[in-house]
Design a protein around this ligand. Structure first.
Ligand code: FES
Length: 425
């Protein structure tokens, strides 16, 4: 069944599956997918609902010796079958479900506990949650609030997304960090010679990445009121993934001997510099954060994995492999929504047709538009070597990034420092 509910676009991969009819008095058992938002149900075989709405359905078979391959009848021509997914369990089963909010308390100091759901004015929309999480300096609380908000969004427990409301709160210019957290110039951050320094640097990037996923929701949702529910599903998934990565990396850090607690080493905020530079343009944000920085992560992750492998650190190899697989899906989401904005001619930062962050521009070519955004907002060269295969899986063909330079005015040393801070690098 297609993953967007035909009613208002909820993510049907989080639907409940229910059966009714037991053969006694009813002709046969029917399985339905019940949408998590408004509880409309859709017959799994036909896609029909009693409301008159209908979801597209496709024939599916589970094959393979270990029954671990999901095959789907290709929707394009209806003649062939192809494998669409090899994944043992969904992320929800892989991760423990979030704890009830009343059981989670975090504190900077003993006696100063702050609940996951604030006691005063708790958020009721997704945008309000996004802004609260951006304003949460404690990384543990940020992670717990992310888990809670995403779960509430997926299961229809929020009043709305809230991006169409004139009362949507604005996101902070820079998400705050805890007292004592040292942010220094990227060039002054120690080169990553040992595992602790590498893991700490990666965890810092993941903490900014959680904020970046919430920031695109809170900042650009209200600017583009026709963004569909699928956009918010993609970026809440991203926020949840980044939270998972942060937790995995910080638990690796604390298992090292001697333990290196998160926050004990200096960090940099280069990713947020790019966020600030692209805060007025949806397309520029997607291009620079998700299709340059995050795609760079796909290039450099294999070498990082190799370094952990050579150091005999199998657990960190496992963590990095999870991060890498998730990041392919993040670049895919960046590409998908960049193309969405180009198709409608909205969200660009340039002058003229298709430019400006208003609505209703002229359709533009995504490759051309991406190269223009990079020239405008990126300093220096888009550096290889490229992981062509994984970039391609995410929809990023070489035409997007080959032989591409941004604004060449910045001194080369600064460019190098910036280029070295892609996700996962
Ligand atoms: S969005 Fe699915 S029933 Fe409303």
């Amino acid at each position: 069944m297609e993953s967007s509910c035909p009613h208002l676009g909820a993510d049907m991969s989080h639907a409940d599956i229910e059966e009714y009819g037991d053969g006694e008095g009813e002709e046969e058992t029917t399985a339905v997918a019940v949408c998590p938002w408004h509880r409309y149900d859709f017959d799994l075989k036909t896609g029909k609902s009693e409301t008159g709405l209908r979801a597209c359905t496709y024939a599916v078979e589970v094959r393979g010796k270990g029954k671990d391959e999901v095959w789907i009848e290709a929707p394009s021509d209806g003649t062939g079958w192809r494998v669409v997914e090899l994944r043992p369990v969904s992320e929800e089963f892989a991760d423990p479900p979030p704890q009830p909010p009343s059981e989670i308390l975090t504190a900077d100091q003993p006696g100063e506990e702050e609940p996951v759901v604030p006691l005063n004015n708790p958020p009721s929309t997704l945008i309000e949650w996004a802004v609260l999480i951006l304003n949460t300096p404690n990384p543990t609380l940020k992670v717990e609030r992310t888990k809670h908000a995403v779960h509430a969004f997926r299961t229809g427990k929020l009043s709305s997304i809230g991006h169409k409301s004139s009362k949507a709160p604005p996101p902070p210019e820079v998400p705050p960090r805890e007292k004592g957290f040292r942010i220094v110039d990227p060039q002054k951050v120690k080169q990553r010679r040992n595992r602790a320094v590498m893991l700490h640097a990666l965890a810092n990037i993941e903490q900014w990445a959680i904020d970046l996923a919430w920031d695109i929701i809170a900042r650009f949702g209200p600017m583009h009121k026709d963004l569909p529910a699928a956009f918010f599903s993609d970026f809440t998934k991203m926020a949840l993934d980044e939270s998972k990565h942060f937790s995995l990396l910080t638990s690796r850090l604390s298992s090292l001997s001697p333990s290196t607690p998160y926050g004990s080493l200096p960090t940099h905020a280069s990713l947020w510099e790019s966020a600030t530079a692209t805060s007025n343009s949806f397309r520029a944000r997607l291009a620079i954060i998700h299709l340059v920085h995050e795609a760079r992560g796909l290039d450099v992750n294999p070498a990082t994995i190799e370094r952990f492998r050579k150091a005999g650190d199998k657990d960190s190899v496992g963590v990095m492999e999870i991060i890498h697989a998730d990041e392919v899906t993040h670049v895919t989401a960046g590409h998908r929504w960049f193309c969405w904005a180009c198709e409608r001619g909205v969200g660009g930062s340039g002058e003229g047709a298709g430019g400006g962050d208003g609505e209703g521009g002229v359709k533009v070519n995504p490759v051309k538009a991406f190269r223009e955004e990079v020239k405008r907002h990126w300093k220096g060269e888009i550096k290889g070597p490229f992981n062509v295969e994984d970039r391609e899986r995410a929809g990023l063909s070489p035409a997007f990034y080959e032989d591409l330079r941004g604004n060449p005015e910045e001194p080369q040393e600064k460019v190098e420092a910036r280029v070295g801070v892609g996700y996962g690098s």
